[in-house]
Design a protein around this ligand. Structure first.
Ligand code: ATP
Length: 361
């Protein structure tokens, strides 16, 4: 029989990246119960270390292999009681700390969100995923935007239906591997002719299925492209999985700011780290005069939103014709035109993100 002390010893190798000290020594890990073959532990992380929880969950799972009789570990986050879900619509008061389940072998879950549609959220999600993959990371992309699932088009795989492995309760969706990333889109599995009103309620249940019943395998990053706004998808995701954080995409004009503010406030309320703001369509680069740039949508929106919320402005992305995707045949600019200004901006963004999350490059 394992004692709490013996169990704690097994986790001495799980460390805070910043101080390189064990989370046991730092007092961030508590053993809640030991009932072989299962143990329950609780991670009480200070704010500055929250972004590491995905990696810590993976390391904790790895560490239990050294414990006799223990095959399963349930990881609670924060000082909450086990697995109580807040009903949709009432969450938002620290709900990211309740009953979360990490995806095995998936380290950093990053959501890409925006206040309103059409600002380039999917463009950012797809190109950021490709940029991280070009840096040598294993990257997954979950397109959770059931209202406008664009990523299959942006990756040129809209005609492909993902394969399923196993049978019965063991069935798993196999991500489509393309452009260096593994992608699963709800759009490929939900009938797009079905009225939107039916698709909304379905979302709550299936977002978990896409998180846990896709065979993601080992991924350093899982980028989640959320629908615009502050709806069920955001809440479902926040209540399911520990997230490294969320990135808010906005455009330079002030009109998109009000919606972005609302979105950002919601994530903050749910204790999800806001990693920063990305301003898309900051300036237009004419294809025939690449040395020129025009601020056709005004300026200042991204930096204002970042400043108001005390988060960094992570990146300013230009408008380039190579980035535009509209035909289902245009692959992500980071994949097709590595020398373009936009590809370089995305690669820089990937580096900034790794630094912010203390991920070694
Ligand atoms: N920086 C850019 N340069 C050129 N075209 C862009 C850029 N950003 C986005 N676009 C184009 O604008 C359109 C909308 O972009 P995208 O689908 O990424 O927005 P979205 O915020 O995800 O929209 P939705 O909320 O409808 O899913 C697409 O055709 C995309 O190719």
């Amino acid at each position: 029989m394992q004692t709490n002390d013996k169990v704690l010893k097994a986790f001495h190798s799980v460390k805070d990246v910043g101080s390189e000290r064990s989370i046991v020594e730092l007092g961030w890990l508590e053993v809640v119960s030991v009932k072989p073959p299962k143990i329950v532990v609780r991670l009480n992380l200070p704010n500055f270390a929250i972004a590491q929880r995905g990696q810590m969950a993976v390391d904790i799972r790895e560490s239990i292999k050294s414990l006799e009789d223990i095959e399963e570990v349930q990881i609670e986050i924060g000082d909450s009681s086990p697995s109580k879900e807040s009903p949709i619509g009432q969450a938002g008061h620290g709900s990211q700390s309740q009953g979360l389940t990490a995806i095995p072998k998936v380290k950093n879950v990053i959501a890409i969100s925006s206040g309103k549609g059409g600002v380039g959220k999917s463009t950012v999600a797809v190109n950021l995923a490709c940029a991280l993959s070009q840096k040598g990371f294993k990257v997954g992309l979950l397109d959770a935007d059931i209202y406008g699932p664009n990523t299959p088009y942006m990756l040129g795989v809209s005609e492909i239906t993902p394969e399923v492995s196993g049978s019965g309760a063991e069935q798993k969706i196999i991500p489509i591997e393309t452009c260096g990333i593994g992608m699963v889109s709800m759009g490929l599995l939900i009938d797009q002719n079905q009225p939107v009103i039916w698709r909304g309620p379905m979302l709550n249940g299936i977002i978990r299925q896409f998180l846990y019943q896709a065979s993601w395998g080992e991924r350093d990053f899982l980028i989640v492209d959320l629908p615009p706004g502050t709806g069920d998808a955001q809440l479902s995701l926040a209540q399911a999985v520990p997230m490294a954080g969320v990135i808010i995409v906005t455009t330079p004009q002030n009109v998109s700011l009000q919606d972005s503010r609302r979105g950002l406030a919601m994530f903050k309320q749910m204790n999800i780290p806001v990693l920063g703001v990305i301003e898309n369509m900051t300036y237009f680069i004419p294809p025939d005069q690449p040395q020129k740039s025009y601020k056709i949508f005004g300026s200042g929106g991204g930096s204002q939103l970042a400043k108001e919320n005390n988060v960094p402005l992570l990146s300013q992305i230009p408008i380039e014709t190579d980035t535009f995707s509209g035909t289902g045949k245009d692959l992500p600019v980071v994949h097709t035109s590595r020398d373009s200004i936009t590809a370089k901006v995305f690669l820089e963004l990937a580096g900034t993100l790794c630094n912010a999350l203390s991920v070694k490059q």
